[in-house]
Structure formats: structure tokens, C-alpha cells
Design a protein around this ligand. Structure first.
Ligand code: DX5
Ligand code: ZN
Length: 217
């Protein structure tokens, strides 16, 4: 069976203490660090942009997984490459030329991801799978942490079959917790983003709670 990676989302971290929060989740067993960029336009919330992501890079020793909920995407690809993103995941709904966007992300030296909102069918990315290293299935409407999981297991199963033997990750983002994680893992997901479920009950002063939360997923 597939090895499951846990990617804590620092959207649920202390925004005044990102460096120590990143160090804490990595010390407590995070496989990747998930970074949610929101523009107040594609999604109804604003987080941070490339300069902040470049500052996070100095602390991330694992894999920096940058999920950009922004439109347009293409003018910012080079900035995220310079900021040190390992994976850059853009939404298929963010513009009319996702094929070009994924080519540009790889061209800038990053792994390319494509994300699907809950209302978007698997078929929307079928012709992009040779250009993608990761497909992110949103299990909430993007914009905020701590929302209720929307069951997308049928979409995950369909995508895993479409992907076949290509080396493409399926990442789940939104509402992942100890109850929902086994459902999406059984359907074929191998990277689980978790924000509130990792950070709840802990802090940089009490990081062992993060480790217990990660192991519980
Ligand atoms: C949602 C973000 C997610 C979010 C997940 O817009 O893309 O990464 O932080 O948070 P939880 O795990 O709390 O649903
Ligand atoms: Zn995300």
C-alpha cells in the first residue's frame, strides 16, 4: 500500500511566529509543510505572498508545498520559484490556460500541482495529467481553515484510475482529521493536508500536541 504523507497547513499556525511553528511541526513529524496563499479575489480571504513564502523557506527542511488560491496565476510563477517553492499548486478554475500554467511551473523548476474545487469534476484535469506532479482535491470550499469535510472520495477514486501508473500524487485539502483521513487514503490519496487537526491544542511552547495530532491522522 501507499505511504501517506502528512502536510500540516500553516494557515492554522500563529501568524506572528511562522519560523518557530514550521520548526515545531517538522520536529514533530510533518512530512511536508503546506503553505496557503490567498488573494482576496479567487477566494474570500487574504494571507500572504511571495516575500513571506521566501522567509518561510529558510525554516522548511522537508518539502515546501505552496497552494496558490490566486487569479491570475501566471504573472506570479517566477516569484514563487524564487521564493523557493518545491511544489506550486494552482487551481484549474483560476484561468482559461491551466495547461500553459503547468508548463510554466515546471519550466521555472518546480513540481506542478493542479487543484480542483469541490464543484469541479475529475474530468477537468484529465488532459493535464502528463503535466502534473500532484492533483489536489479540495474537500472544502477554499478560503478558510476549520471547515467541515465534503466527501469527495468518488472523485479521488476516479482520479487515481485516470492517473494509472503515472507518478502523480493525490493530495486532499480541507477537513482532514482522524475520521476522514482513512476514507480518502483508501480511495487513493497519498498526501493529506491538515490545518486545524494538527495545530489544535498545541503551540510552539507545547509542540508535543502537534506530534500527537499528526500521529492520530
Ligand atoms: C483551505 C486551505 C487549507 C486549509 C485546511 O482553503 O487550502 O489548506 O488550511 O485547513 P483544515 O485542515 O483546518 O480544513
Ligand atoms: Zn491548501
Amino acid at each position: 500500500s501507499r505511504a501517506i504523507k502528512i502536510a500540516p497547513s500553516i494557515l492554522s499556525a500563529d501568524f506572528a511566529d511562522f519560523g518557530r511553528e514550521i520548526q515545531a511541526i517538522e520536529a514533530e513529524g510533518a512530512d511536508w509543510v503546506h503553505v496557503d496563499v490567498m488573494d482576496g479575489h479567487f477566494v474570500p480571504n487574504i494571507t500572504f505572498g511571495p516575500p513571506a513564502v521566501a522567509a518561510f523557506r529558510k525554516h522548511v527542511k522537508t518539502v515546501m508545498d505552496v497552494h496558490i488560491m490566486i487569479a491570475p496565476v501566471d504573472p506570479y510563477i517566477d516569484a514563487f520559484a524564487k521564493a523557493g517553492a518545491d511544489f506550486l499548486t494552482a487551481h484549474v478554475e483560476a484561468g482559461p490556460h491551466t495547461h500553459r500554467t503547468l508548463q510554466a511551473i515546471r519550466g521555472a523548476g518546480m513540481k506542478a500541482g493542479v487543484a480542483l474545487n469541490p464543484g469541479t469534476p475529475a474530468e477537468a484535469v484529465e488532459h493535464l495529467l502528463d503535466l502534473a506532479d500532484l492533483v489536489c482535491v479540495m474537500t472544502v470550499n477554499p478560503g478558510f481553515g476549520g471547515q467541515k469535510f465534503i466527501d469527495m472520495t468518488a472523485k479521488v477514486r476516479k482520479l487515481r484510475a485516470m492517473i494509472g501508473d503515472r507518478p502523480v500524487h493525490i493530495e486532499i485539502d480541507g477537513g482532514v482529521d482522524p475520521v476522514t483521513a482513512p476514507l480518502v487514503a483508501a480511495a487513493g490519496a497519498d498526501v493529506l493536508v491538515a490545518g486545524s487537526a494538527v495545530f489544535k491544542g498545541g503551540s510552539v511552547a507545547n509542540p508535543s500536541a502537534y506530534g500527537a495530532n499528526i500521529r492520530a491522522i
